[in-house]
Design a protein around this ligand. Structure first.
Ligand code: FAD
Ligand code: SF4
Ligand code: SF4
Length: 465
């Protein structure tokens, strides 16, 4: 009989005092012995509630049983029956609200560390098996365009190429990966993993066209005229929101998207690059999600003396993953809960010199169950900072919809699709990921990429019958 109270196997991590100044990965991964020990905590439940908690229904008991039997490659193969990027999801999925939230081991003690085991199987596979040509069906010479190379686009391009389609992937940046490269920092998701996914795509024959902004350089009509029989739009939600408070236009105020892009994609941390950031002494990050945690932890690694995180509700309401909040605290980020910015102050030369905030208190829950936040009178205080990073959320990039009036969008700018097929209001055009849902998660974007590939293949097969 299994000991139902045994705690989960802890994950080795880099020392916070050392890691707060480097971009090296924080979590170091399980050894084989740790993975087997953790896999043995799984009860192999017949109804597998964990699988129902996963948005793509990974066969969790099956892959964990293989790890317990030391069949690590078998575990990897079992996971990749449902999705192809466990090295990514094992690191960044919000497991605590998905698969692990449903694990019965969580009732009496801690849930099985499903994400860590998923990461282990993927890393083991990558270490043992260098990139090699992936199996694919014979070429059918039917051209499909995928626009945007985040997790949705990468997954759709991969699946269609495996089915024999001639896929071209268009990306506006100079490199593929979407948020996986420009948003999520190296210390959470090493870029070698994305380069491996890119190599897999190339081995499947996918043409990759970077530095190509669809809607500007080439329109959807032109793509159709060029012979693309279907188009998948996976352009993400990269348009930042601001607070519209005074001083937001001052130098030293960034959106988290810009700041993270400059650090992660434009190598601002590397003094040898020509795109540096002005060194900050004291930084305020506004927001309470994963993006805010990433921005704050990057600012610390960029050499700031102090990093403050400002959030209008209390810690319990923070949308960020608990693990990220824990890591941020360990690294010395100073949290200011129940605080809301009202102005950025000017140093007299057009540069930010402080962030004035008011204190908040929580009121009754609204119709969504979320407690409203109210300003406390005479509670103003100013933090002396030279850099302010706004991490308040994003909405879908407007470029595609502006360039194509036939594409129906909702009032938030999200592309409207048929939920079963992901088909848009334009014939032959499909969409998925954050461009449809608004800012969401990596695994949901991957699930959308998979569904779109299936729908596109089905539609094109029917047309050619
Ligand atoms: P994206 O990843 O946004 O990719 C869209 C791509 O399309 C981009 O590369 C963009 O350059 C390109 N593009 C846009 N317009 C055009 C155009 N007109 N022509 C050509 N290319 C175009 N989710 C998690 O599950 N866990 C996390 O820990 C997590 N952390 C996050 C941290 C940050 C900083 C951010 C910003 C997001 C995070 N998310 C996380 C959310 C997650 O990354 C997104 O939900 C996911 O990346 C969406 O995937 P996507 O493929 O729809 O779009
Ligand atoms: Fe859990 Fe994400 Fe893996 Fe699904 S894909 S089993 S939610 S870690
Ligand atoms: Fe194993 Fe937990 Fe899933 Fe049961 S619910 S099969 S214990 S991972």
């Amino acid at each position: 009989m299994a000991d139902m109270t045994s705690p989960r196997t802890s994950m080795p991590e880099r020392d916070p005092r050392l890691r707060r100044r480097t971009f090296e990965e924080v979590s170091l991964g399980y050894t084989e012995e740790m993975a087997v020990a953790e896999a043995n905590r799984c009860l192999q439940c017949k109804h597998a509630p964990c699988t129902a908690g996963c948005p793509v229904n990974v066969r969790i008991p099956e892959f964990i049983a293989k790890i317990a039997a030391r069949d690590f490659e078998g575990a990897y193969q079992a996971i990749t029956q449902t999705h192809g990027a466990p090295a990514i999801t094992g690191r960044v999925c919000p497991q605590e609200t998905q698969c692990e939230a449903k694990c019965v081991r969580g009732i009496k003690s801690e849930p099985v560390a499903i994400g860590r085991l998923e990461r282990f199987a993927a890393d083991w596979h990558m270490a043992q098996k260098p990139a090699f040509a992936l199996p694919k069906l014979p070429a059918n010479y039917t051209h499909v365009a995928v626009v945007g190379s985040g997790p949705a686009g990468l997954t759709c391009a991969h699946d269609l190429a495996q089915l024999g389609y001639a896929v071209t992937l268009f990306e506006s940046f100079h490199t593929v990966g979407g948020v996986l490269v420009y948003g999520i920092p190296e210390f959470r998701l090493p870029k070698t993993i994305i380069r491996r996914a890119e190599a897999d795509l190339r081995s499947l024959g996918v043409q990759i066209k970077t530095n190509t902004v669809v809607g500007r350089v080439v329109t959807l009509d032109e793509l159709m005229e060029e012979g693309y029989r279907a188009i998948f739009l996976s352009t993400g939600a990269g348009l930042p929101k601001f607070m519209n408070i005074s001083g937001e236009g001052l130098a030293g105020v960034y959106s988290a998207n810009e700041y993270l892009t400059r650090v992660n994609l434009m190598h601002a941390w590397n003094p040898d690059y020509e795109t540096p950031l002005i060194k900050s002494r004291s930084v305020a990050v506004v927001g309470g999600g994963n993006v805010a945690m990433d921005a704050a932890r990057c600012a610390m690694r960029m050499g700031a003396d102090e990093v403050h995180l400002i959030y209008r509700r209390s810690e319990a309401e923070m949308p960020a993953r608990a693990e990220e909040v824990h890591h941020a605290k360990e690294e010395g980020i100073q949290f200011h809960f129940l605080s809301n910015p009202v102005a950025v102050t000017n140093n007299g030369s057009g540069h930010a010199s402080g962030l004035t905030c008011v204190k908040m208190e929580l009121g009754e829950a609204d119709s969504s169950g979320r407690r409203t936040a109210r300003t406390l009178e005479d509670s103003e205080f100013t933090l002396k900072v030279d850099t302010v990073i706004m991490a308040l959320g994003t909405s879908p990039n407007p470029l595609i919809r502006m360039a194509d009036p036939n594409l129906n969008v909702d009032r938030k700018g999200c592309i409207i699709v048929d939920e079963q097929t992901l088909h848009t209001s334009r014939e032959g055009v499909y969409a998925g990921g954050d461009a449809v849902t608004g800012a969401a998660t990596v695994i949901l974007a991957m699930g959308a990429g998979k569904l779109a590939a299936q729908s596109i293949a089905r539609a094109l097969e029917t047309q050619s019958d």
